[in-house]
Design a protein around this ligand. Structure first.
Ligand SMILES: *[C@@H]1O[C@H](CO)[C@@H](O)[C@H](O)[C@H]1NC(C)=O
Length: 398
């Protein structure tokens, strides 16, 4: 058989996909969006077919598992869409093998709720996975420089015991993946990409959620690779390749004077390439409450502007917030085995509040040098109390 060029290139891929498909145990009840009238042409709105397939999967009369399938051969245009639970099956699969795209122009969202694009709400035991692509078509949104870009690509709202894996997500108008009000959610092996300098395009944002794990993923977007918001605990982040973007950030916290509760955050075994920050905690002075029991360990920085930073004076415009006597208390933060290069002079910057100082800081085995060989780097630890061993440039000095 003679294959033409394109097919020949595709052939190994098709083999792999075939293998994957045949080794995955298919859910008991499958609902294929093509059976519900999806066109897969990428030009007409396929939302209704998705809603109907979801309705049947979610209501399936099975004790076990059911799944929606988005087939490999197809590009599916979706308008803002909400998949509601609770569902009958204990486990719901949402297998994305093809491509899902958003309307390309912001004006085609007129009259629709553009705060979120694809959302799952109140679904327990949800597994979103597959070799597919989700394209938020953010380009035209980013260009509207003076307008707020509200919509987030993939939203998990009150989804307990869920997973997101293997999916490739690109070009969100705003945050790519939002996990909110959820308990027990694992993200593994995803790839998230948007161009550098796109506004507010966080990779993954976690808010009001507990026991969330994010592992083995590659995230490069214009904003934070991962950001952790108010009311979060037991968050485990490991094996992330972050960059370009703003790094992995706890915060910003307490923006509107909230009582912040952020604890047991573990960020490890990750690398940062050409990001503005590495290990970051940022809080607004008007916030209250706590950030505590945070561990940053085994991190490598390559040409990062602020490899280690706490900013308790975070403000929309630097220097424009007047000094307050309030703040979010930051305590018990461990920095351990952190290495690499800083593109700015201050490689370690703990800028803690005069009124609510940082305490229980522990630094061990840190070596940061300038991206430009031979240039010295310095550190600045203000209102931060703790101990350090083997830290270069030395910061806590006691
Ligand atoms: C700490 O924050 C204050 C207030 O934003 C700022 O003026 C100062 O330059 C910061 N210090 C460092 C070392 O970044």
């Amino acid at each position: 058989m003679k294959l033409n060029g394109d097919l020949q290139d595709m052939f190994p891929l098709m083999l792999i996909l075939g293998l994957v498909a045949s080794t995955i145990a298919w859910p008991i009840d499958n609902f294929d969006v093509f059976d519900y009238g999806a066109t897969g042409f990428g030009e007409v709105d396929d939302s209704q077919a998705f809603v109907n397939a979801w309705r049947d999967a979610c209501n399936a009369e099975t004790e076990g598992e059911a799944g929606v399938i988005v087939p490999e051969v197809g590009t599916f245009l979706l308008n803002p869409i909400m998949f509601y639970g609770p569902c009958n099956p204990q486990i719901i699969h949402f297998m994305i093998l093809g491509t899902i795209i958003a309307p390309s122009s912001p004006t085609s969202w007129d009259g629709l709720d553009s705060s979120q694009w694809i959302a799952f709400k109140d679904v327990t035991g949800l597994n979103v996975y597959g070799s597919g692509l989700i394209n938020g078509q953010g380009m035209l949104w980013w260009d509207q420089s003076c307008r707020y870009h509200p919509n987030k690509v993939l939203n998990f709202l009150s989804c307990n015991e869920g997973t997101l894996s293997n999916i490739h997500i690109v070009n969100s108008p705003q945050t790519h993946v939002l996990i909110i009000d959820s308990k027990g959610f694992n993200v593994d092996n995803v790839m998230i990409q948007s161009p550098q300098n796109t506004p507010n395009t966080d990779g993954i944002h976690i808010h009001s959620s507990h026991f969330v794990k994010i592992t083995n993923s590659i995230i490069g977007s214009g904003d934070d690779c991962i950001s952790i918001g108010d009311f979060t605990s037991n968050i485990d982040i490991a094996n992330i390749k972050c960059g370009p973007g703003h790094g992995i950030s706890i915060g910003s916290l307490g923006k509107d004077g909230e009582m912040v509760q952020v604890e047991n955050i573990h960020i490890s075994d990750s690398s940062f390439k050409q990001t503005t920050n590495g290990a970051r905690i940022k809080t607004w002075q008007v916030g209250q409450g706590n950030v505590r029991h945070v561990i940053f360990e085994n991190l490598v920085f390559d040409d990062v502007e602020n490899p280690i930073i706490i900013d308790q004076y975070y403000c929309a415009v630097r220097g424009m917030c007047k000094e307050e006597k309030t703040g979010v208390k930051i305590s018990d933060v461990v920095y351990k085995n952190l290495y690499g290069t800083s593109s700015s002079k201050i490689a370690i910057n703990l800028n803690c509040s005069r009124y609510v100082p940082c305490s229980g800081i522990s630094m061990k085995n840190i070596n940061l040098v300038s991206t430009q060989p031979g240039n010295p780097v310095t550190s600045s630890c203000t209102n931060a109390v703790g101990t350090e061993v083997g830290v270069n440039p030395a910061c806590l000095r006691n």
